[in-house]
Each structure stands twice: as structure tokens, then as C-alpha cells.
Design a protein around this ligand. Structure first.
Ligand code: G3P
Ligand code: MG
Length: 390
């Protein structure tokens, strides 16, 4: 135990030095130095916020990792109120944010609000007006159509439902004995008989990939059909409808010991097949980290959260127009989480854990974080010590 404490003390001292060095690199030595030596009480409105990646930092599959429940609980007061503004900034998704908030609350033992959950597909909300009365297809694991309907889209079909209306669209379907029966199987069967929309006449006007596709083979086929024909499988060639991906992660950390192929891998597969069977290139837009706009949006949410927590007090420091002097991005994927925070620039400060995609001994050479720690719990210990929070 004492050996562990000593190791943690050494890690903390090293981390402090790394954070100081990072501050100097960013030209804020006095600010960081002052905060590191400060020993007073916590400010009324915290001058910092935290964004947590989920897969590979907080969870692996559905299991908490790296002391995440203890780490997150330190951000709440004894009475359960939020002490430090934080949110989850994940490229994952497939369920509505309020449902994910509930699931995380149960797994971590704290009260997380839907506003604190930002999925890769959360920005799709902004596209509702553009597709208001159009038939759109939602792709991915979980409940992609429910998410889109929740956002306000009106004519949404999941790719499962859509494909089910087209006889023989997937020639391999009869061989797929592994297909898991959905809980709402009965409803789906009756919908198959009475499609909600005239899918044989009405063209698909947009395709939204929300989460990792489940049946890659079928989805590659059906998406190639939709995208090559102007939104009507089985008809002639037509203009490609807009295609959106919630993220572009090539790999991510799930429950299996080594990384799993993510949405970016699916995008590569779709793009290369589409480009082979068409005489023009696939067009698409990807959201999610490392897109700087995702970090800007997260910073706005954190600021609103801080104002809600302390409506009458002003921020302790305002640095170059930011409400926060630092927003820590705690992630496991250098290419995605650390790269994104570096691209976003101040007040973002990336922190890399070794519980997911990254397992290196030192820092990532291509996308170096301000701090590298073993777990999210170590990250929170270092951050709270640096920010003088008990
Ligand atoms: O499918 C989830 C994955 O792409 C990444 O999730 O939480 O590591 O951003 P996260
Ligand atoms: Mg991750």
C-alpha cells in the first residue's frame, strides 16, 4: 500500500511537472504556476471544466474501468450536487442522450443529466429543418431511428426496417442464423406488412449513420443501393443523397482486449466499394471528435452548466474570452481525443489514459497530451490537486 502511495506521489509530481511544461509551451506560465502553488479554498464558480471520453476511459463494454466511479464521484459534493462542471464527450451513441445519462448514472452511482451527454450524433439535431419532411434512413446499433425521431426528424426508418420491405435485397439473409430477435419483433413484423411510408415510390433523401453498423454486409449492400440510385433501390442510377457519419473512429476500445473496428472502418469499406461500382466518388460528412466544432460545442455546454451551478457568481478568471481557464479532455485515443483537443486549442488541455487505445509508456509522439496517466482516477487526482480542490 505504501509502495502504491509512493508511486502515485511520484506520478503526481511528474504529472505536475508535465502540466507546468505544457502551460509554458502554451505561453501561460504565470497562470499555471500561480494555480499550482495556490492553496486557498475552491472558487465559487470553478475556473475549469472536464470532458470525459467514454469507451476506453470510463467503460469497457458496460463495465466501469480505471476507478471511474470513484473519479466521477469526486466531482460531486457530499450532498450529491455537482461541484465541478463536466460532461461526457463520446463518439459513441445509438441511444437517446437521456437514456445514456440514465445508464451512466446507474453504472457510476451519481446523477448525470442528459445535458452532460454529447454523442457523436448529437449535432444531427441541427439538421432537422433541412430534412423536415423527407424520408431518411438511420443506421447503426441500438435505436438509431428513435434517436432521430427524438431530435425532431419526422420520416425516419431504421435500415433494419427499410431493408425488410425489399424482398431479396440481401441475398445472404437466409444464411444469417445469428440474427438476434429484437424485443419489438412483433411490431416490426406487422410494420413489414404495412410500411409506414411508400418506400417503393418515395426516395430516401438522407442517410445518417449514428453508431457502429451491426450487419456490415447487408448495410454495405443496401447503402450502395440507396446512394447509387438517388434513394430508390432497384431503380436506375441517380444523384447521391447526403450521407452523414456521427464519427470517423477507425478503431475503439470495447470489452475485447485489443481494439475493435469502428465507424471509420465501416466508412472506408463503404467508400471503397461505392467508388468501385460507380464512376464517381462517394460524398459524405463526418462529425465527432477530432472535429474542432465538437469541442467548441462541448465548451458552450460546460459554460452553461457552470452558470446553472452558480447563477449569481461570475467566473473567477476569463482568459481570452473563455469562461474557463482550462477544459480538460480525458481520452484514450491520441488520434481522436488528444488530436481534437490540440486542434481546438486553449482552453482545452488533453489528458491521455492508458486504459484504452493508447498503451504507450511515454507520450504519444504524434499527438502529445499535456498529461499521460494510467487511469481516469489518476487523471482526476492530478487535476483536482492542480486546481486546489479537495
Ligand atoms: O463506438 C464508440 C467509439 O467509436 C468511441 O467512443 O467514447 O471512445 O469516443 P469514445
Ligand atoms: Mg475512447
Amino acid at each position: 500500500m505504501s509502495g502504491f502511495r509512493a508511486a502515485l506521489a511520484r506520478a503526481t509530481a511528474r504529472s505536475r511537472a508535465e502540466l507546468q511544461a505544457a502551460g509554458r509551451r502554451r505561453g501561460q506560465p504565470s497562470d499555471l504556476g500561480r494555480r499550482l502553488s495556490h492553496s486557498g479554498a475552491a472558487p465559487a464558480r470553478p475556473s475549469f471544466g472536464i470532458a470525459f471520453d467514454i469507451d476506453g476511459v470510463i467503460l469497457r463494454g458496460r463495465s466501469p474501468i480505471g476507478g471511474s466511479p470513484q473519479a466521477i464521484r469526486r466531482l460531486y459534493s457530499e450532498d450529491g450536487t455537482l461541484k465541478i462542471p463536466f460532461l461526457f464527450l463520446t463518439n459513441g451513441g445509438g441511444v437517446p442522450e437521456h437514456k445514456r445519462a440514465l445508464e451512466l448514472s446507474e453504472l457510476l452511482g451519481v446523477n448525470i443529466s442528459p445535458a452532460q451527454v454529447v454523442h457523436g450524433h448529437s449535432p444531427y439535431r441541427e439538421l432537422v429543418n433541412r430534412f423536415e419532411n423527407d424520408l431518411i434512413i438511420a443506421v447503426g446499433k441500438g435505436e438509431p431511428a428513435t434517436v432521430m425521431i427524438d431530435y425532431g426528424f419526422r420520416k425516419v426508418l431504421s435500415i433494419d426496417e427499410y431493408s425488410s420491405y425489399f424482398k431479396d435485397i440481401d441475398p445472404l439473409a437466409p444464411f444469417k442464423k445469428w440474427i438476434v430477435q429484437q424485443a419489438d419483433n412483433k411490431n416490426m413484423k406487422s410494420e413489414k406488412v404495412h410500411p409506414s411510408y411508400d418506400v417503393f415510390e418515395e426516395r430516401v433523401k438522407g442517410v445518417f449513420v449514428l453508431s457502429d453498423p451491426v450487419d456490415w454486409g447487408r448495410d454495405l449492400q443496401v447503402l450502395c443501393d440507396i446512394l447509387s440510385t438517388g434513394g430508390l433501390p432497384g431503380s436506375g442510377r441517380g444523384d447521391q443523397p447526403p450521407l452523414y457519419f456521427a464519427s470517423d473512429d477507425l478503431e475503439y476500445q470495447a470489452a475485447f482486449p485489443s481494439e475493435r473496428l469502428g465507424m471509420g472502418a465501416f466508412r472506408i469499406a463503404l467508400e471503397s466499394i461505392f467508388n468501385q461500382v460507380n464512376d464517381h466518388q462517394l460524398k459524405y460528412i463526418s462529425y465527432g471528435k477530432p472535429n474542432p466544432f465538437v469541442f467548441k460545442n462541448a465548451a458552450n455546454i460546460l459554460e452553461k452548466l457552470a452558470i446553472c451551478m452558480h447563477p449569481s457568481s461570475l467566473p473567477t478568471k476569463k482568459v481570452e474570452g473563455h469562461q474557463f481557464s482550462t477544459i480538460y479532455m480525458i481520452g484514450d485515443n491520441p488520434k481522436v481525443d488528444i488530436n481534437g483537443a490540440l486542434k481546438a486549442g486553449p482552453p482545452w488541455s488533453p489528458v491521455l489514459t492508458r486504459t484504452g487505445v493508447f498503451r504507450g509508456k511515454d507520450n504519444d509522439p504524434q499527438y502529445p497530451a499535456d498529461l499521460v496517466v494510467d487511469t481516469v482516477e489518476d487523471a482526476i487526482n492530478c487535476i483536482l490537486e492542480k486546481e486546489c480542490i479537495q
